[in-house]
Design a binder for this molecule. Structure first.
Ligand code: EPZ
Length: 461
């Protein structure tokens, strides 16, 4: 391991250790109190981590602002450092300076030491193949919300000319002839696979045409960043993205798009606890679909220049039928926190999860607290879905109103974990929520935010 890598491994382990402080931690929540007050959301986890990888493509340093202090960012920072990219804190809070000029290959063991449960390493391939002609990817993690395959990613990279070699501990990739622009059609508008194409096509020789692309706001913000670096990218109608490869890219300066998933999570918390939360930094355009559903359930909101106020206006919550979908549909990451409010709605709600096959594991804890939720393998909705005949429990029927009472629950994954927090906060009585460290993967300073909103809890020493 080269000295830079050894140093980076130590730093990242220390940094991760800081976040691991909560990893196995339990918090004891006395529920039944409305959450009220103001919190701020920073840059989107699902943009910032990719923007950090994009910095590798530049010939000079990049500046990224509004970076949240979450462990997913610490993981990517460690991965960049083991690859010789220097990452330093800028002048303003949440500002990172990323200098790729010392980029080097890293060994699988070093990558593995950081990758942890992140899926981001697969996005290093295109940039590293352009810069170094080779890339190593350990077997990847990610929240257990389904199989999380990377077949689309590997197909994309092969399409560009990458040679993929399966190793016992992961994958080695080379690009002996360089990477050449190509025509790609995704079988599903995968966010990650679209990012894979973007991060590879921008420096490939010639043109790339991507059909069936994801067009999430985080994808569009990554395109903003790449265009700032010198890339030529057009987004046509009907999910068609065209990229003209260029010979070099500069660094970028960018303030990340806000985290709409965190904003939606706190909005759901306001609804479920009869509360009133101002989410600073939240913007209406990227939350349009969520706001419609929030209003239909009986929530109220006010759009301000510096954020959105989400509150329970009184009265009964109403049941809804939701089908998650790719953008601009109802985002899959929004359903878990909202299901808690649906458990309190007067009537029967249905959630048809069409993006991931196993994303209702978190409902077990809600049932333990008194919710009435049945899972079905049928597609309970009009949306065509890949999981219908494959026996995945990907539809939920939520009957309310249920009275939630405190219970001991364990956080299963990031968004499910946040719904456990909301359930404990809205239940009467005391809950012990364990393994809460996972939540710090995607929610910056959530303990301080809970305190600011008046939650009654303590950390179980
Ligand atoms: C991103 O995951 C987000 N994660 C997810 O957020 C988000 O839920 C998801 O996009 C959908 O919006 C990050 O950006 C780090 P996909 P990603 O590729 O890119 C299948 C959170 O909590 N698929 O759009 O992994 C896949 O199994 C996380 O912040 C393949 O089959 O999502 C899934 O069914 C959770 N083969 C569907 O596509 C592949 O090679 C959508 O996945 C890739 C994906």
């Amino acid at each position: 391991m080269n000295p830079a890598a050894r140093n980076a491994v130590a730093n990242a382990a220390r940094a991760a250790g800081a976040s691991v402080g909560l990893a196995g931690e339990t918090i004891i929540i006395n529920g039944g109190r409305p959450l009220t007050g103001r919190i701020e959301v920073k840059g989107a986890k699902n943009l910032v981590t990719k923007a950090m990888v994009a910095a590798i493509l530049g010939d000079g340093p990049s500046v990224l602002r509004d970076v949240p202090a979450i462990s997913d960012v610490r993981v990517v920072r460690g991965l960049l450092e083991v690859h010789g990219v220097t990452v330093t804190d800028g002048d303003e809070p949440g500002e990172l300076i990323l200098d790729p000029r010392g980029v080097v290959s890293a060994h699988m063991v070093d990558i593995d030491a950081h990758a942890g449960s992140s899926r981001i390493p697969i996005l290093f391939c295109g940039p590293l193949l352009h810069k170094l002609g080779e890339a190593f990817i350990p077997d990847l993690g990610g929240c257990r919300i389904g199989d999380r395959p990377i077949d689309y990613h590997l197909e994309v990279l092969k399409n560009f000319g990458a040679v993929i070699e399966k190793l016992p501990s992961g994958i080695r990739m080379t690009a002996p002839e360089g990477l050449v622009g190509t025509k790609i059609s995704l079988p599903y508008p995968s966010v990650g696979a679209t990012e894979q194409v973007l991060l590879t096509a921008v420096l490939a020789q010639g043109k790339t045409e991507l059909s069936g692309a994801a067009i999430e706001p985080e994808i569009m913000d990554l395109i903003n960043i790449l265009q700032k670096m010198g890339a030529i990218i057009s987004v046509d109608t009907d999910r068609l993205i065209r990229i003209e490869g260029v010979t070099s890219l500069s660094g970028y300066t960018h303030r990340a798009l806000f985290d709409r998933n965190e904003a939606a999570s706190w909005a759901a918390a306001a609804l479920a606890t009869d509360g009133d939360i101002f989410v600073g930094g939240a913007r209406q355009p990227e939350m349009l679909t969520f706001l419609n559903v929030f209003r239909k359930v009986g929530g109220a909101f006010e759009i301000h220049d510096d954020g959105i106020r989400f509150y329970h206006p009184g009265g009964e919550l109403k049941p809804v039928v939701i089908e998650t979908d790719v953008h601009p549909g109802f985002m899959t990451d929004w359903q878990q926190p909202l299901v808690v409010a649906l458990a309190k709605a007067h009537g029967v709600s249905i959630v048809h999860e069409t993006v991931y096959e196993q994303r209702f594991g978190f409902t077990e804890a809600l049932v333990k607290m008194g919710a009435t939720i049945q899972l079905h393998s049928d597609c309970l909705g009009a949306h065509p879905c890949r999981f219908g005949q494959r026996n995945f429990q990907h539809s939920a029927i939520i009957s309310g109103p249920s009275h939630l009472t405190g219970a001991d629950v364990e956080v299963p994954d990031l968004r499910g974990g946040f719904s456990h927090l909301i359930a404990a906060l809205s239940a009467t009585g005391t809950s012990r929520v364990s393994n809460v460290g996972i939540i710090s993967r995607g929610y910056e300073n959530f303990i301080e935010k809970l305190r600011a909103l008046g939650a009654d809890f303590e950390i179980d020493a």
